[in-house]
Design a protein. Sequence first.
Length: 287
Amino acid sequence: ATPTALLVGTGRGAQLGILIKGPEVLESTRRVDTVVLDKTGTVTTGRMTLHEVYAADGTAEEELLRLAGAVEHASEHPVARAVAGGAEERLGTLPGAEGFENVPGRGVRARVAGREVAVGRLYDTLPPAVSRAVDEAERRGRTAVVVGWDGEARGVVAVADAVKETSAEAVTELRRLGLTPVLLTGDNRRVAESVAAAVGIDEVIAEVLPEEKVAVVERLRSEGRTVAMVGDGVNDAAALAVADLGLAMGTGTDAAIEAGDLTLVRGDLRVAADAIRLSRRTLSTIK
Ligand code: ADP
Ligand code: MG
């Protein structure tokens, strides 16, 4: 009798827009008490746009944006798309870049017009004026992207994305199921807290490097919590794999989809609550 009930569960899942790897994954959802939510692309749209550009004395804003855009052109990261897309829109065709190097969770480096350009969070120390620009951007809830070349940080471009319309309702539904939501992100604390406040999450873990996301999920599990993780990025894949239940956004990367137990086809976070409700119901039918 057990397999039949489980297969009915997976069929209903498909109707709701949930792809289930195998019927046995539903078993893991029974005791889930914590839902870890990735921020960018999961709670937010992941479609970032370019806002303010700030250049320190001696650097033209246009040049700063042009070099940043040229470097980010080669990256698929949502931050990179905002910077490259915004630069192209404001300045037209960008110069070519070579020797592109991606530093996961931090940014990118490349050579543009004979300069070694770094974009993201790649400098250990910032000149006071650049540091103030970072503060100002973060106060506005933006992700501050530091831009520099030849060993010196020279300015900031500010990008931001929007919280998905359905995210606050999804968090309410997850709470109603008795789950504690946790926001997990590589982004800065102020941005993370403003997103958490907008959707009703109290527990925020920010400024986590991609490889540390797994460790966060493992730590929560070692504290006795049963953890579902929802994510979309390459940097979420390992955490999705170690979670008791991994839910991948269908709008996300192949790496996340392969690592997850379930895929939320439309990328709607409310379906995470549907998935947990469905599997609980399926399991109680079996009982
Ligand atoms: P999240 O955990 O929210 O999905 P990531 O771990 O991918 O975010 O990135 C964390 C932070 O690293 C970003 O908020 C950004 O500050 C920086 N970063 C990552 N990639 C880039 C890039 N290509 N350009 C600039 N900054 C980047
Ligand atoms: Mg993400």
